[in-house]
Design a protein around this ligand. Structure first.
Ligand SMILES: Nc1ncnc2c1ncn2[C@@H]1O[C@H](COP(=O)(O)OP(=O)(O)OP(=O)(O)O)[C@@H](O)[C@H]1O
Ligand SMILES: [Mg+2]
Length: 372
């Protein structure tokens, strides 16, 4: 039996484990939290990501090690790499951990990205504001997720308060892109370089947190552009596994926001809506197995459950809806699960959304101008 070690035991690890059991794989998880939700399903090594003896324990047991999030210290990934195959590679993690490195990579590869400037002092922030103009977004270069560590600057008065709030760690200022919509490309690349793409996903965020994803996006030009850019990143990094690239769409063109070197929240619909899920394909890729088809089974909408799960019976009363709970306790702003709706008929889709959206704290008004 093939053994997979996962660093990080959140919902992404949990969903990898669920997919991997069907393939007959075994798992061990390294996480500092004893109640990490993937630990309900697989053996949990409780330890910090800097704990060399725990990292070695995982590496000794596993045939391959992967990650549930990109903020594992790059040194930890290097320690693992000395002992075992690690995908994605430490060098990729290093780039994805730092918004400056990420954006520099986009520029090197000729991929349009947001205008940006690094900021390490209040003076530098003032100069960056003059260079980029307002509105702009100040972000920590490292360790951000779900919109945390970000502050939008709209007027000059915001400059000092944003600095007070975020200053002291390396920062980056970005132009605030007046986007029409947000999309992401999910791609999987095998050890032999074979690459497959999922249909382009459209994403809706509120307060920096992904709330809803839908496929297909029905814009072939955008999809083509997104695939090309993503292929450049994959080939440049000699990437192995699943990679997501997030984009803004402005005036019908893509502007790269960030990469995620792992399975991604905007790909959760693939469990119920694609021939092979992103989780299974990530495992296939890192184990050197043939990749599975990324074809769409039908139009899907994925809704994140933030803070608490809606009542099971009410969700299941909506036909064609799939309920995914991550085994987490409720907490404000926490991703505790998701729902996937897969229906072909657009009238039926609207009727289902009328019921489901309020259950996850969204309203139909937010999606009125959608065409189906
Ligand atoms: N420069 C920008 N212009 C416009 N909107 C932005 C910009 N940066 C971020 N946002 C908004 O905030 C969301 C979250 O930002 P971003 O993806 O950079 O942060 P994150 O915390 O790393 O998120 P994730 O949960 O995807 O890891 C974006 O999807 C977008 O809606
Ligand atoms: Mg993001």
């Amino acid at each position: 039996m093939m053994k997979v070690g996962i660093v990080g035991g959140g919902q992404l690890a949990r969903l990898l484990v669920l997919a991997g059991y069907n393939l007959g794989l075994q798992f061990q998880i390294l996480d500092p939290a004893i109640d990490a939700c993937a630990g309900q399903l697989a053996y949990l090594i409780k330890g910090n990501y800097e704990d060399i003896s725990r990292l070695k324990q995982l590496a000794e047991w596993a045939d391959v090690v992967t990650f549930d999030f990109e903020n594992v210290p790059a040194t930890a990934a290097r320690i693992l790499e000395e002992q075992v195959a690690v995908y994605p590679q430490a060098q990729t993690l290093y780039i994805a951990q730092d918004r400056f490195c990420e954006k520099t990579l986009f520029l090197e590869l000729g991929i349009p990205t947001t205008l940006f400037a690094t900021v390490d002092s209040l003076d530098e922030l003032r100069r960056a504001v003059i260079k980029l103009d307002l509105p702009a977004v100040l972000k920590t270069r490292r360790l951000g997720y779900d919109g945390k560590g970000q502050r939008v600057l709209r007027i000059l008065d915001d400059v000092e308060s944003a600095w007070q709030e975020l200053g002291g760690v390396p920062l980056i200022l970005e132009e605030l892109v007046p986007f029409e919509r947000e999309v992401s490309v999910l791609a999987v690349r095998g050890i032999d370089g074979e690459t497959k793409f999922y249909p382009l996903v459209e994403n809706y965020h509120r307060d920096g947190i992904l709330r809803l994803s839908r496929v297909p996006c029905r814009d072939q030009m955008l999809e083509f552009q997104g695939y090309n850019y993503t292929r450049c990143v994959l080939d440049h990094l000699n990437y192995i596994g699943l990679l997501a690239v997030e984009f803004f769409v402005k005036k019908g063109c893509l502007i790269a926001n960030e990469i995620a070197p792992r399975v991604h929240n905007s790909g959760h619909w693939t469990i119920d809506g694609a021939e092979t899920s992103q989780f299974e394909n990530h495992l296939r890729a890192i184990l050197g197995l043939p990749l599975g088809s990324t074809s769409l089974l039908g139009p899907c909408i994925m809704l994140n459950c933030i803070g608490a799960m809606p009542e099971l019976a009410r969700v299941l009363a909506v036909q064609d809806t799939h309920y995914h709970f991550y085994g987490k306790t409720r907490r404000f702003g926490r991703k505790v699960g998701h729902l996937t709706l897969r229906v072909n008929d657009s009238d039926k889709l609207r009727a289902c959304l009328n019921v489901l959206l309020p259950l996850v704290g969204l309203t139909i008004d937010e999606f009125l101008e959608w065409s189906y």
